[in-house]
Ligand binder design. Sequence first.
Ligand code: GDP
Length: 221
Amino acid sequence: MTGRRTAPTEQNGGIEAGRRLFAQSCTFVAAAAEDWQLPAPGHPEVAFAGRSNVGKSSLLNALTGRTTLARTSRVPGRTRQINFFELGGRLMLVDLPGYGYAKAGKTEIRRWTGLTRHYLKGRPNLRRVCLLIDARHGLKDNDRAVMHDLDEAAVSYQVVLTKSDKLKPEALSATCSTVAAELARRAAAHPDCIATSAVSGIGIAELRAALATLAAPAAGG
Ligand code: GDP
């Protein structure tokens, strides 16, 4: 579900480009827990951010068609480093640490928000941040704080609703409209939100298509 209208041929071409990109191999290349461990900028990057337990690992696994690329965890906040995955030699998928984990200590929160901010502010090849929002909960204050940082750093971002299978279509449309109205007031936000589900597969092809437009061109094409 996106707000943008596209001609069917344009949309089909985009869906096919997304399918082809995400059918390529995706491999883990680096993990950074400290600023100095960040790999040198290379391929275009898309980073995934969201509150702990938003469904980020599940979404990354659904996008790449792997079950174990990003570890899904029943313990929120376990992924406290930035993980880099290279997709088909054309795009780097960057898994940022989940935020808003109530049981984390202050020092730890400071360390991982510091690392994330450092990454977001100094990454010339960062094309977009996908800001994951649980479709049932909508935007929360800590999501707005991240949006504020992204607006300040002039990093383009797009809201991706997760767990959309848990809502009826009318409720999902209402959430999309509420979120889109708030995004319209934000400087660096992409105007549409994409509703996805790692369980039912809703929106996965559309998100792949959107991300394929940010990748380096395919060799020979
Ligand atoms: P992360 O902490 O953001 O990486 O979240 P996970 O991917 O580990 O998911 C957190 C919980 O939400 C797990 O219990 C998942 O099974 C569940 N979950 C993730 N995505 C979906 C989805 O699309 N639909 C439903 N119904 N549950 C999901």
